[in-house]
Write a protein that binds this ligand. Structure first.
Ligand SMILES: C[S@@+](CC[C@H](N)C(=O)[O-])C[C@H]1O[C@@H](n2cnc3c(N)ncnc32)[C@H](O)[C@@H]1O
Length: 201
């Protein structure tokens, strides 16, 4: 059983069942259609997007988390698709998603870049990527996220990882993140909304 399966195994929604605040603010920018949620965990963001009418697929390496994600959606009369997979090898396809959502998906740097470059190619022209994650400055706060520098990226790192997209919103900020027991308080985050260009790529 993985570390994440164990973390989720107690049955508690450790990041809550409410969606991420930044996603709530930005979700309307995703065109109607298919949305892929990376490292979706226990499904709070997938359920929110499904309620907004999107056709949502959540991918995560934790089978336990994704089972809870399906339960959360079903409890609201919604359907989501889930895929248990390691993002390091997951194939999202080419130009087939209107939206890709990455909320607190922290991967080792060597894996993060190829994963995000696959996501750039997986967006349809006009499709939108929404990302929020802790930055290395979060190590000072200790209010959530991995205490491992290699798993934390700056905006400059992510601009390179996501080369090929047009950045509509790209900032590093400090804000209150209160999302369940494991994300609790003032935090250093990076936020990105970026669009796949329409035309030759
Ligand atoms: C902090 S949780 C965030 C969950 C969800 N995005 C949310 O905001 O509620 C991080 C998630 O990343 C997943 N994860 C970590 N490494 C992964 C990998 N290599 N492939 C797929 N999922 C991974 C974990 O299983 C966990 O569910």
């Amino acid at each position: 059983m993985s570390q994440w399966d164990e973390r989720y195994g107690g049955g508690e929604y450790v990041y809550g069942t409410a969606p991420n605040d930044f996603l709530v603010d930005m979700a309307g920018r995703i065109p109607p259609g298919r949305v892929l949620c990376l490292a979706e965990g226990q499904g709070r963001n997938a359920a929110f997007l499904a309620a907004r009418g999107y056709e949502v697929t959540g991918v995560d390496s934790s089978a336990v988390g994704l089972q809870m994600a399906r339960q959360l959606a079903e409890s609201r009369g919604l359907k989501i698709t889930t895929v248990v997979a390691d993002l390091a090898t997951f194939d999202p396809g080419i130009a087939c998603w209107e939206g890709i959502v990455s909320i607190f998906c922290h991967l080792p740097a060597a894996i993060r870049r190829p994963v995000l470059q696959r996501m750039v190619r997986a967006l349809r022209p006009g499709g939108v990527l929404i990302l929020e994650a802790y930055t290395p400055d979060q190590l000072r706060f200790g209010t959530g996220g991995p205490p491992v520098p290699d798993l934390l990226a700056t905006l400059a790192d992510l601009r390179e990882d996501l080369a090929g997209l047009d950045f509509d919103h790209a900032i590093e900020i400090e804000r209150e993140v209160v999302e369940g027991r494991l994300h609790t308080g003032r935090a250093a985050v990076v936020q990105i909304v970026a669009t796949a260009p329409v035309g030759n790529r």
